[in-house]
Design a protein around this ligand. Structure first.
Ligand code: NAD
Length: 429
């Protein structure tokens, strides 16, 4: 990561866009302060009998539109600033796609790859013990993010229900289907990004087979978008994870690489038929080189702050679709704009995850489960509407898609702030 205070960077971007669009200063002020922030020490008994303390955070950023919602990240570089930035972006995202939620986020400073499965379970439960009075189905609802998954959400739900002595599946989303999770949630973030690319293809008039794609971060979201793009005819020429990347001029078979990564914990250019895998000619590349590849669509799907003023001029893609939250630092944005790179911003491109999390919460609260077709169809409706609204503002007000997305979201939050009365109302009465 860049070493920049990512929360200040996020606030600067918000203020700049709001000022340019003439958004009420009181609304911007309301969005400049997280409502509540908790930092906790999480005691975990390790397998060797020792006790370790991990630092955990949860931020409820802004609840004017509803209970707060946001993922939980396990990563060694989690900081309080990062958690606040991610929670702010969640507030913008939920407002943008019209969900009755505010934004939140959580994190634990840990490298989960160094823990045994039982230590990971104890850490997940310790997090919920620390946060049990801070989260809740009508207050703040966590979900998975980087290096957390549905099994971890299942442990957390179990711990919450044991503490509260009630059944409360709607306290957490992204949990296993048998524990009340929604069909389609696991693929939802990748699917939402894929739907944005389809909307873009329609407006820009291209056919999938013409386009070459590079994806940084072949995790949950990166895998699903890659799979859907390949099914639609796109050529995925580069993929990476935390250990490095692979490039092949002719493209990769996504299912084979995913299978290989899961079984061997390594990424190589392979093609597998049944259980037999053959090596496909490919080049090993690092994550920096992946960003600079001569591709049409670049999809950062790992961490924030990877595109900076230093490397922005090396980007050769015409389109960047941000699945990761905050992959482009605000200072790098004008460089990309000048070079004519169109950016589909994180608050739109990765909103499929929180949208299906909302569907999961609705299903839990109504006690009625939807089919996969219903989930995917409703997701498509939400994404298509949001994309269209952002596109329309961008065209009619001559703005970038990010600026249009922020304006749309902040205007919605502004309407809720005004409903309580602002300076203009009180000063004139
Ligand atoms: P994940 O843990 O499943 O995958 C993350 C991937 O990124 C892994 O393959 C990891 O190896 C790779 N990675 C880590 N550090 C890297 C680095 N320095 N360079 C390249 N790759 C690196 O996480 P995910 O759920 O797929 O989330 C990915 C991004 O999408 C995050 O920014 C997250 O906030 C965002 N996001 C996720 C969701 C969701 O529902 N999962 C929703 C919205 C946004």
């Amino acid at each position: 990561m860049s070493g920049i205070n990512i929360f200040e960077d996020a606030l600067d971007r918000l203020k700049l866009i709001a000022e340019e669009a003439g958004i009420n200063a009181e609304v911007v002020e309301a969005l400049s302060h997280p409502e509540a922030l908790i930092k906790a020490a999480l005691p975990v008994r390790m397998d060797d009998g020792s006790m370790r303390y991990f630092r955990g955070y949860r931020c409820r950023y802004n609840s004017i539109l509803g209970p707060t919602k946001g993922g939980l990240r396990f990563h060694p570089q989690v900081t309080i600033e990062e958690v606040q930035a991610l929670a702010l972006w969640m507030s913008i995202k939920c407002a943008l796609v019209g969900l009755p939620f505010g934004g939140a986020k959580g994190g634990v400073e840990v490298d989960p790859k160094t823990l045994s499965p039982m230590e990971l379970e104890r850490l997940s439960r310790a997090y919920v013990r620390a946060m049990a009075d801070f989260i809740g189905p009508k207050v703040d609802i966590p979900a998975p993010d980087v290096y957390t998954n549905e099994r971890i959400m299942g442990w957390m739900l179990d711990e919450y229900e044991a503490i509260k002595r009630i059944r409360a599946p709607s306290v957490i989303t992204g949990k296993p289907v048998r524990l009340g999770g929604s069909l389609g949630r696991e693929a939802a973030t990748g699917r939402g990004a894929f739907l944005c690319i389809q909307e873009l293809a329609e407006r820009e008039g291209w056919t999938p087979s013409e386009k070459r794609v590079a994806i940084q971060g072949f995790g949950n979201a990166g895998y699903h978008v890659a799979r859907l793009l390949q099914e639609a005819g796109y050529c995925i020429v580069a993929l990476s994870d935390s250990k490095g990347g692979i490039y092949s001029e002719g493209g990769f078979d996504i299912e084979s690489i995913w299978h290989h990564k899961r079984t061997e914990s390594a990424m190589r250019g392979v093609y597998c038929e049944h259980t037999v895998c053959e090596l496909v000619e490919h080049e090993q590349i690092d994550n920096e080189a992946l960003l600079a590849l001569d591709v049409d669509i670049l999809i950062p799907a790992a961490l924030e702050g990877v595109i900076t003023v230093k490397n922005a001029k090396r980007i050769r893609a015409s389109y960047i679709v941000e699945i990761a939250n905050g992959p482009i630092l605000s200072a790098a944005e004008p460089i990309l704009e000048k070079a004519g790179v169109m950016v589909v911003p994180d608050v739109l491109a990765n909103a499929g995850g929180v949208t299906v999390s909302y569907f999961e919460w609705v299903q839990n609260r109504s006690g009625y489960a939807w089919t996969l077709e219903e989930v995917n169809q409703r997701l498509e409706e939400v994404m298509s509407k949001a994309f269209n609204e952002v596109w329309t503002i961008a065209k009619s007000e001559q703005r970038s898609l990010r600026s249009a997305a922020y304006i749309h979201a902040v205007r919605r939050i502004g309407e809720a702030v005004s409903a309580h009365g602002t300076r203009e109302y009180f000063a004139s009465s």
